[in-house]
Design a protein around this ligand. Structure first.
Ligand code: SF4
Ligand code: SF4
Length: 212
């Protein structure tokens, strides 16, 4: 049994961490496969810690390199152009073969790293990321109040009314709202480019349905 999820801000998405903590998972082979763009940070170690918190032993962890949607650092047009060279299908095939063979790939965490990661959670992930990031988004006048951003948001962090769009304080920093707005009306203080991105194999409806 395993989890396939993106790297959000160089770590395990907080809502996935919460999910495996609450879920009653029993397996003798627990794997985590990340999707990521340019940097994976300490995501493998965070996955191991999250598994431990959930009473699970992480048997296998790996990652598939795709695009990086972190627009303060990366130009999406450039990311899209580089995608074919990353051989995503080939990476998936290799991972599938590993998992089918119950291959073990672990991660070692030094005690000092463990302490730093806990501190990162308390001082950065929970406060700066979850609260401040979404509260810094701006919405342009081109917004048509269609509600797609709210329905695209996996964290139920957006409210759309006749008065406009408001963000709460529990953002997962996934950028689904920003990349799926039909008017490209949602923006961050810093953006590297002007292109929005959605995986060509995923429809907007599938994103919305997955949030129900
Ligand atoms: S998706 Fe875009 S246009 Fe629609 S309500 Fe949200 S910000 Fe406005
Ligand atoms: S959709 Fe937007 S508000 Fe919701 S979690 Fe993702 S980035 Fe945050």
């Amino acid at each position: 049994m395993g989890i396939v999820c993106p790297v959000y801000n160089v770590e395990f998405p907080m809502m996935v961490r919460e999910f495996i903590r609450r879920a009653d998972i029993h397996t003798d082979y627990f794997f985590v496969v990340f999707t990521y763009g340019e940097g994976i940070g300490e995501a493998f170690a965070h996955a191991k810690l999250a598994a431990e918190e959930a009473g699970l032993s992480l048997s296998y962890v790996n990652a598939i390199q795709m695009v990086d949607i972190f627009i303060p650092y990366f130009d999406m047009q450039e990311q899209i152009e580089r995608l074919p060279g990353k051989n995503v299908e080939g990476q998936i095939e290799k991972l599938l073969a590993d998992i089918a063979a119950r291959k073990k790939v672990g991660v070692t965490i030094l005690e000092e790293t463990r302490a730093m990661m806990r501190q990162y959670h308390q001082t950065l992930a929970e406060t700066w990321l979850r609260k401040d990031t979404a509260l810094s988004y701006t919405v342009k006048d081109s917004c048509i109040k269609c509600g797609i951003c709210a329905r695209s948001c996996p964290a139920d962090n957006i409210t759309v009314t006749a008065d406009g769009v408001t963000f709460a304080d529990h953002c997962e920093v996934c950028y689904a709202c920003l990349h799926n707005c039909p008017k490209h009306a949602i923006h961050m203080p810093l953006e590297k480019g002007t292109t929005q991105f959605r995986n060509e194999h995923i429809t907007l409806n599938e994103i919305i349905e997955s949030n129900r």
